[in-house]
Design a binder for this molecule. Structure first.
Ligand SMILES: Cc1ncc(COP(=O)(O)O)c(C=O)c1O
Ligand SMILES: [Zn+2]
Length: 498
């Protein structure tokens, strides 16, 4: 098969976009917002796979991330509906690009980021308008990189921000909140936010086959959201992932491929697959759009706090995108006049000691991270040794006045149990990392005890139950008589936990 015919096969229709039945918006709960007048500002370019290149940033620093690109020579312009997206911008040199499924700058391989018309949004996206909409991530639609209405993940987001007084007491602070994305719909992690944007964008680009390289949660989310949208998915995971995360991917009918290797090796393979087949890989060639979805967590936090930002945010880090995007969200709300005060939040990154490239860089004062070749931690969801956004995460944390720390597997388990027993929230290992890191940072005096702190809880504990197998014994089993229960009460202080 020739290169060009493979391109045509992989990327689907060129012009016009073929209707895809599953994307019809007929869901009673769907968000539907009136379009803003007269805004045909962006174009979608139908493109083809181009090359694989080594990413190098910061300049002169070598990393081993591989990225896929698309060839402008094959681009064909096609106008679509309106949005406030101006285009894409290189995070290193600022060069502007049109909106296409490409993720890096052709001059310096810097990652591309979405650029918005903030001036145009001022006075258009008002608090009143936002608050009248359904409470989910699409409430902030104009600050997400889609053209017109979303088509995938219509119910994602809108998770609780919980006042956590009992946990606060345990870790010795006064003013603590948890943003609980362990209950995000549909797959119980914050990854549904990034996938909703990436797959809505994939649909706009006319891509019908999507995929990802994943440490587990992204796998669940791409599989579920692709299934609901009638898209085919190919999910690549390291072969040692938790059983629940593998089953929670296969169940949606996804093509699951276990790869004997680390996440970074899986990611490299996916880059080659994206190139060969022209599929939309959410965290590779769709990464600029995907990463923007994380901002919705920040938008929600600021709104839930009454349109203001907290003094401190503790975020788990894997690829390093989430922490930066929550910061970007706060800045954007300020830019469009939705916050009175300029945000001055300090950001703290949390990792497992068994895979700590970003916290290692912050603690050692390195400009960029040094890859961890063989991650070794129970927190598999955060086990990315060579994070795509590591450099930017470390920079943001430093510049915000925050810090980063990492915690051992035992501390992770303690963190999970502490959160569950104090707040009734069963988070996955990444939640244990966040709680244990927050506790450590308070103990170190890096986070002041009397200031407002938000912890990002990003995934559900039902997916990583094995990590607590040694912590929780079997419940006592008794017969049906009251005497047996009374005897049990006399023998044990804790009838349920051994
Ligand atoms: C549960 C959970 N929390 C946090 C993260 C970190 O997100 P990021 O890769 O944007 O740093 C991940 C990434 O896989 C995750 O699965
Ligand atoms: Zn550049």
């Amino acid at each position: 098969m020739s290169f060009l015919s493979r391109v045509a096969e992989g990327l689907g229709p060129s012009k016009p976009q073929q209707p895809v039945e599953a994307f019809t918006r007929n869901d009673a709960g769907a968000t539907s917002y009136p379009g803003l007048p007269g805004e045909i500002r962006s174009v979608v370019l139908t493109v083809c796979p181009f090359f694989i290149s080594k990413l190098k940033y910061p300049p002169l620093e070598k990393t081993t991330n591989f990225i896929a690109g698309y060839c402008p020579a094959y681009m064909e312009e096609r106008q679509v509906s309106s949005s406030f997206v101006k285009g894409m911008k290189c995070r290193l040199c600022g060069k502007l690009y049109p909106v296409t499924p490409v993720n890096f700058c052709q001059d310096d391989f810097g990652p591309l980021e979405i650029d918005y018309d903030y001036e145009g949004l001022k006075g258009v996206l008002t608090k009143e308008k936002l608050e009248a909409r359904t409470f989910n991530m699409w409430r902030y639609q104009e600050l997400l990189p889609i053209d017109g209405e979303p088509t995938v993940g219509l119910h994602v987001g809108g998770t609780p921000l919980i006042r956590a007084d009992r946990l606060a007491k345990e870790i010795g602070v006064k003013n603590l909140w948890i943003k609980n994305d362990a209950v995000n719909f549909p797959t119980l992690s914050f990854k549904d936010r990034v996938v909703a944007v990436a797959l809505s964008k994939a649909h706009e680009f006319g891509l019908k086959t999507v995929g990802c390289a994943s440490t587990g949660n992204l796998a669940n989310s791409v599989a579920a959201n692709a299934a609901a949208a009638g898209m085919q998915s190919y999910i690549f995971i390291p072969s040692d992932l938790e059983r629940a995360k593998v089953m929670g991917t296969s169940v949606y009918g996804a093509n699951v491929i276990k790869v004997r290797g680390t996440y970074d090796e899986v990611n490299r393979l996916c880059t080659q697959v994206a190139f060969k087949y022209g599929w939309g890989f959410v965290n590779i060639n769709l990464r600029p759009f995907y990463a923007e979805g994380s901002k919705s967590m920040g938008f929600e936090i600021a709104e839930q706090l009454g349109w203001r930002t907290p003094q401190h945010v503790v975020s788990p880090m894997a690829g390093g995108a989430l922490v930066g995007k929550v910061s970007k969200a706060f800045q954007e709300l300020y830019k469009i006049d939705l916050l009175k005060q300029e945000p001055s939040t300090k950001f703290y990154g949390a990792q497992a000691t068994g895979c700590n490239p970003i916290s290692g860089a912050v603690k050692n004062g390195w400009e960029s991270h040094r890859p961890v070749r063989k991650p070794n931690t129970i927190c598999k969801s955060l086990a990315i040794g060579d994070p795509a956004d590591g450099y930017f995460a470390a920079k943001l944390i430093r510049e915000s006045g925050g810090w980063a720390e990492d915690v051992t597997d035992d501390e992770i388990r303690e963190g999970m149990l502490l959160l569950a027993k104090t707040e009734g929230v069963f988070a996955e290992t990444a939640g244990g990392v966040t709680v244990a890191t927050a506790r450590k940072l308070v103990e170190q005096g890096r986070i002041p005890k009397n200031e407002e702190i938000v912890l990002l809880i990003t995934g559900n504990g039902l997916k990583t139950q094995d990590s607590l197998a040694t912590q929780l014994g079997e419940p006592v089993t008794i017969g049906t008589s009251l005497d047996e229960f009374v005897a049990t009460m006399e023998n044990t202080q804790e009838p349920v936990l051994a």
